[in-house]
Write a protein that binds this ligand. Structure first.
Ligand code: SF4
Ligand code: MG
Length: 331
């Protein structure tokens, strides 16, 4: 299992202390797709970088752990972490150009990954690379293996990046907005490919996206983030059928569904607060349609509302307990 426990990350920035991640927790099992969802800037990509231990300079780990099975990844020597990166945990990004080398033939890049992380060498590695190109749906792989990335379309480059990442035979794959840069038809094809490969290789897949429509039909577990915090984690079926957090409810209402086609989307009023805010109470309170009088001053904890279904919202804890003495209960 790949897991994060109580992770708290802070970055010293000009604007002040940025609480990039606060009390993050998630567990990804092999053979399962775990979706991490939230608006941009809420800490999803930082979570991915924490799992790979690729945090930007100046990031302080204030508490928490990142584990791969029994190994504490935050304590691992860098040389061993390099084997984990790629070999145990692969990562693909929104922009294939961030991981594909523009001046190196795509085949050579896949061969490099194979030779770094598997026993195959030379011609055997090249044959394996061709097999991977075919597997991810690149036509005429024997010929295309000697192309440079610029000869390929955006969708093909994304396929090559998936081939290169999976050729290292990782157990876990982190896919950070893997289809955001692609047009809708290609998006669906790449998601299908990821789903097939996830099943075939029994990958633990962490799918990071701002798009809830991408998640349904792909994920077994969903975690929703807001302003650096997890606000709800649930089996996907429960999440879509009966979301508990007000933010989750508003997001799902905003999803276009066939029954409401043609009607305007329900937009969520307001914007995500910047992460250098000195948060006191619930971070979602300014946008919440269920906010209560004590929400702005009381920090909600992540609490189980059902087995395996934690939610960070005062609606589910006894609000009277949280009421300061000088606040009148208006309920
Ligand atoms: Fe809304 Fe209050 Fe729950 Fe925050 S704690 S999500 S403001 S009801
Ligand atoms: Mg991101």
């Amino acid at each position: 299992m790949l897991s994060i426990e109580d992770l708290r990350l802070a970055i010293d920035a000009d604007a002040g202390l940025v609480r990039a991640i606060d009390g993050m927790r998630l567990t990804i099992s092999r053979g399962e797709t775990f979706a991490l969802v939230g608006e941009s800037g809420c800490g999803k990509s930082m979570t991915a970088l924490a799992l790979m231990r690729l945090l930007p300079d100046g990031t302080r780990i204030e508490s928490g752990s990142v584990r791969l099975d029994e190994t504490d990844l935050l304590a691992l020597p860098e040389a061993r972490m390099r084997d984990v990166r790629g070999g145990r945990i692969g990562m693909i990004f929104q922009e294939p150009s961030t991981s594909l080398n523009p001046v190196m033939k795509v085949g050579a890049q896949i061969v490099e990954a194979i030779e770094a992380h598997t026993p195959l060498r030379g011609r055997a590695a090249r044959a394996k690379a061709i097999e991977w190109l075919r597997r991810v749906g690149i036509p005429e792989p024997e010929r295309r293996i000697d192309d440079y990335p610029f000869r390929m379309s955006g969708g093909q480059k994304q396929r090559v990046m998936i081939a290169m990442t999976l050729a290292a035979e990782p157990d876990y794959l982190i896919a950070d907005e893997p289809t955001t840069a692609l047009d809708v038809t290609i998006q669906a094809q790449i998601l299908d490919l990821l789903r097939e490969l996830q099943r075939e290789r029994r990958l633990g897949l962490l799918l990071i996206t701002h798009d809830l429509a991408v998640v349904s039909g792909m994920a077994q577990q969903v975690a929703l983030m807001y302003a650096g915090q997890i606000v709800e984690v649930a089996p996907a079926a429960d999440f879509f059928a009966a979301p508990r957090h007000p933010y989750a409810r508003l997001l799902l209402q905003a999803l276009p569904d066939t029954a409401r086609r043609g009607q305007p989307l329900a937009a969520i009023a307001g914007t995500v607060p910047p992460l250098w805010t000195e948060f006191v109470g619930c971070r979602f309170a300014p946008r919440c349609d269920r906010a209560m009088v004590h929400c702005a001053g009381t920090l909600p904890e992540l609490e189980e509302v059902a087995p395996g279904h934690p939610v960070r919202c005062l609606l589910y804890s006894d609000p009277r307990e949280a009421l300061p003495a000088d606040v009148v209960d208006v309920r």
